[in-house]
Design a protein around this ligand. Structure first.
Ligand code: FAD
Ligand code: NAI
Length: 473
């Protein structure tokens, strides 16, 4: 009998398992994923086919672009620059192997029992495990945590075929730079992976159904980033809905609707990135007592508890943003609650980052949300064009925008488009966790020269005290 059985070993599940074991609970983690050598592998989407491999390729492609087009202005001539895609892919795969192997090591060090196979919750806290050879066994546990994650959404107008109509996993495995690349969906994956292949030389067209670009971001940031992506050569077609596609021997023909008229394009490869859906199929039996919400996620309360007291669900399989750090924190919270501790998540402060170049990152409320909530606010802004460090590193596009409560000066949101946006937002987030005001940040000493000084100046600007730009009269 286990104290805790976790189903799914992604960033939500493996963190929940390690934390549970650290709290003295007898813990097992079931994972069905096997790598391309048929080896059972923990780490989930994030480590195997998500966050980590995509960031490895974003970095490699960025370096290639620097070498081919950005070093000249520094007075550095590099002659001809060659691309070795197999070497680039091997580097990415080696990072994945190192990190997933690290989880096995952490399981061993913390005495988590790894189980390779597929888990299914049955009635009365039992879990059926089907091992990799199809053999079934039932194990018992005092608590069960479901962390089965999510998968790419497939649309009828572009069925994945793993050759030229690809999901995000296929998009991380392309073995030769396609001359033309179509991407369906200008969301986070479309922008990140579209950027990778555009930097490596593909002519990239992104087809987006919605009229407003990056609807989840602050409007001003979205407008600025769209301009910059277009400058970078990404052809982003807004308000265009894919209606059909046809896979040919060496290309994919697509038809999409643009303002009521039907248009066609042809690409060497097509990536479809229109969102992800929770993995709930065959994860629990009908009599297990678990239900789904109206969007198909496992129903849980604010503490990730299902309607069955000792069954919990965390990560992408439950409501909230589909982000690794959100799932991991839920895993910690649930492990602590099972161990009888008081723990909760602050869902108001989950940061978002899009790892393009420049990066886009934000935390807290944006102007549109505050207007809808009738909250009076002040805005402080600082452009990277006025930052000495940003100019020195040749990354002066974008700005920091900090929003504070008009009455209390409490920081309500920070939105950044520019160099190290993720790190700058993280600094702001720490201060927000402690209830900081713009004045608090304004009174904090920032190292010079750093791009973080833009956050300092944005905080000063919210109270008309900026030093390196003009203040409102
Ligand atoms: P998952 O990581 O999906 O893990 C669930 C695991 O459960 C899987 O390994 C699956 O095999 C296993 N499983 C499912 N059903 C069963 C079963 N019945 N029995 C046993 N095992 C089962 N997020 C970020 O925060 N930052 C990023 O930079 C980022 N980049 C991304 C890039 C890409 C290309 C993609 C696709 C996603 C990215 N994400 C990123 C999202 C992130 O990967 C997910 O939010 C995160 O992995 C969710 O964690 P999870 O543990 O809930 O689920
Ligand atoms: P997404 O939800 O970010 O974007 C999907 C886009 O596709 C939307 O803009 C949507 O309007 C559009 N779309 C939907 N149907 C369409 C159609 N038929 N034709 C044209 N456009 C259509 O989803 P995405 O990019 O697939 O990513 C999935 C999740 O993975 C995200 O929600 C994100 O949370 C996570 N992720 C996070 C990353 C990060 O944190 N940096 C990186 C990559 C993924």
């Amino acid at each position: 009998m286990f104290d805790v059985v976790v189903i799914g070993g992604g960033p939500a599940g493996y963190v929940a398992a390690i934390k549970s074991a650290q709290l003295g609970l007898k813990t097992a983690c079931i994972e069905e994923y096997v790598d391309n050598k048929n080896k059972p592998t923990f780490g989930g989407t994030c480590l195997n086919v998500g966050c980590i491999p995509s960031k490895a390729l974003l970095d490699s492609s960025h370096r290639y672009q620097e070498a081919t087009s950005h070093l000249k202005i520094h007075g550095i001539e590099v002659g001809s620059v060659d691309l070795d895609i197999p070497a680039m892919m091997k580097r990415k795969d080696d990072i994945v192997t190192k990190l997933t192997g690290g989880i096995s090591g952490l399981f061993a060090a913390n005495k988590v029992t790894p189980i390779a196979g597929r888990g299914k919750v049955l009635a009365n806290s039992k879990v059926e495990v089907t091992d990799l050879d199809g053999k079934k066994e039932v194990i018992e546990s005092k608590n069960i945590i479901i962390a089965t994650g999510s998968s790419p959404i497939e649309i009828g107008s572009a069925i994945f075929n793993n050759t030229n109509i690809l999901d995000s996993t296929g998009a991380l495995e392309i073995d030769k730079v396609p001359e033309t690349l179509g991407v369906i969906g200008a969301g986070v994956i479309g922008l990140e992976l579209g950027s990778v292949w555009a930097r490596l030389g593909s002519k990239v067209t992104i087809i987006e159904a919605m009229d407003n670009f990056l609807f989840m971001a602050d409007k001003e940031i979205a407008k600025e980033t769209l301009k910059d992506f277009k400058k970078q050569g990404l052809d982003i077609k807004l308000g265009c809905k894919l209606t059909s596609s046809k896979s040919l021997k060496n290309s994919v023909k697509i038809t999409y609707e643009n303002n009521g008229s039907s248009e066609n394009m042809e690409f060497e490869k097509l990536i479809v990135a229109v969102g992800r859906k929770p993995n709930t199929k065959d994860v629990f039996s009908e009599d297990a007592g678990i239900s789904l919400d109206e969007k198909g996620f496992i129903s849980v309360d604010q503490n990730c508890q299902t309607s069955i007291k000792n069954i919990w669900a965390i990560g992408d399989v439950v409501r909230g943003p589909m982000l690794a750090h959100k799932g991991s924190e839920e895993g910690i919270m649930v492990a602590e609650r099972i161990a009888g501790k008081h723990a909760e998540m602050n869902y108001e402060l989950v940061p978002s980052v899009i790892y393009t170049h420049p990066e886009i990152a934000w935390v807290g409320k944006n102007e549109e949300e505050l207007k809808n909530d009738n909250i009076e606010y002040k805005v402080g802004k600082f452009p990277f064009a006025a930052s000495g460090r940003a100019l020195a590193v040749d990354q002066s596009v974008g700005f920091v925008k900090l929003i504070t409560d008009a009455k209390t000066d409490t920081i309500l949101g920070v939105h950044v488009f520019g160099p190290s946006a993720a790190e700058i937002v993280q600094q702001a987030l720490i201060s927000m966790e402690f209830g900081a005001s713009a004045e608090d940040l304004g009174l904090t000493i920032f190292s010079h020269p750093t791009v973080s000084e833009a956050l300092h100046e944005a905080a000063l600007s919210a109270n008309n005290q900026a030093i390196h730009i003009g203040n409102k009269k």
